[in-house]
Ligand binder design. Structure first.
Ligand SMILES: [Zn+2]
Length: 153
């Protein structure tokens, strides 16, 4: 009899250990899975996520100049590089865009107001996000021109 009890106890102990090991492995599995999700988000989706939030944020309001890369005419999520030329502030998203803007300064500092068709300097334009255009912006001479443009389109 005592022998049997010992055997029973031993088996019950073994089962308990197995259960604990299973729980541990499951926890490690879940932790690894969450880590993978987190790392993927940080690496691949964070920028898209931030980008769509910026699109939402500026959907119906004026876009500040400092949020725009004036070389590619796109709204930017991250901080832009300020470029001062003759007391006028322009912005670029990266060194490459900065160089492009500076090299073609006399051309790139201007944009066409979609309402009046006039060529206007970008630095003091009234900037709005173009609808469904992948973050492209439109430069208007004034808010009034934007409102008129809006009522026509
Ligand atoms: Zn750029």
């Amino acid at each position: 009899m005592p022998h049997r009890i010992t055997k029973y106890r031993r088996e019950s102990k073994k089962r308990k250990l197995e259960k604990r090991a299973n729980l541990l492995f499951t926890s490690i599995g879940v932790a690894l899975f969450l880590l993978t999700v987190f790392v993927s988000f940080e690496l691949y989706m964070k920028d898209d996520f931030k980008q769509s939030n910026v699109y939402k944020e500026y959907k119906n309001v004026q876009v500040p100049s400092s949020r725009v890369c004036m070389s590619t005419d796109k709204i930017k999520v991250n901080q832009t590089i300020p470029i001062e030329v003759n007391g006028e502030m322009y912005y670029a998203c990266c060194n490459k865009c900065q160089r492009r803007l500076e090299v073609n300064y006399n051309k790139n500092r201007y944009a066409t107001d979609p309402y009046s068709g006039n060529s206007i300097p970008k630095f003091n334009a009234y900037i709005r996000l173009k609808e469904n255009a992948g973050g492209k912006v439109l430069y208007f001479q004034s808010e009034e021109n934007f409102q008129k443009y809006l009522s026509q389109n």
